[in-house]
Design a protein around this ligand. Sequence first.
Ligand SMILES: *Cc1c(COP(=O)(O)O)cnc(C)c1O
Length: 396
Amino acid sequence: MSITPLMPVYPRCGVRPVRGEHCHLISEDGRRFLDFASGIGVNALGHSHPGLIGAIQKQAETLMHVSNLYGSPQGEAIARRLVDLTFADTVFFTNSGAEAVECAIKTARAYHQSAGNEHKYELITFNNAFHGRTLATISASSQEKMHKGFLPLLPGFRYVDFNDLEAAKAAIGPNTAGFLVEPIQGEGGIRIATDAFLQGLRALCDEHELMLVLDEVQSGVGRAGTFYAYEQYGVEPDIMATAKGIGGGFPVGACLATEKAARGMVAGSHGSTYGGNPFAMAAVGAVLDVIPDEAFLADVRAKGERIKARLEQFIGNYPDLFELVRGRGLFIGLKMKVEPRPFVAHMRDNHQLLTVSAGDNVVRIVPPLVIDDSHIDEFMEKLSAAAASYQPEEVV
Ligand SMILES: *Cc1c(COP(=O)(O)O)cnc(C)c1O
């Protein structure tokens, strides 16, 4: 037998974390890493946050799980807080981002089908998008590397270029149900939707009675410097998926919708055994106690600007290595002129700095939102040392 007990679908690196302390991870062999990856934008409150620990501990002692067949005071309270903080009127809780996107897709289809428009099932999505790893969410992505071996895909998706409003408009047909889009593509390389693009999609939806479905699984919950990234565009979605940061590390997501958009989501139409159980709601409550606060979000924006300014100055020293810096809040991409993966590995293995690579030759810089200036200094020191000692293998 040569297959590993953990199904070998991840090319795992040699770092084996066993403990987290605020913005650092400690590995099995005792090394201490600065965590500017945050479990891919999940640990918004860092590791070992007292509020999150306290809420989870207290809930574990009180009530961890009951079925959604019962009334949920915990879920009602958290849904109410999300409704008050966002465009939405109603919330379905899930256990992951992909499930939140699945629910968003179902909600968009049901919106049309509940009105007798069975033919309006197609969502227009965008090249280089990432929406998750379920069959529906890989079908929603144009990325062939995620399709390979898992065909046939689910019908009902059509891909056009991101930020190409004319292409999006031209793709609308009799079967179109709406658009599914990340306001800032995460896996795709911190590619930011232009104002004209997102506002244009909203206008097309209004004109053709389509659903604007946002995937804010990565861009949401303060990551981009506002509670949700859509707030920066002056548009509101009809449906939105959120996850990652919303549990601060506890596996939970949610699909949010307006009352109108959710008209097809009626008793018996959708469900989840664990979705929104008291344990998950306690974690979300602890996150919501911190992140939506305007002063906290202003601080995220300020820290993001400081990192970007320092990065912009820094990359001038290495014109052969780095191309540009982009991002919003603490959702930052450092675009390289070389393959980013080996550099990410070099920073990790030789300088104890954790980041994540993304599409378009980008190093993703997604620290906990609770970093302070000492972490920014430590980050710049490690990054500078890593760049100074780096020998790129190939130029792309
Ligand atoms: C991570 C991510 C998902 C999938 O979330 P999972 O929790 O891994 O299922 C979906 N959409 C976007 C934009 C993501 O970044």
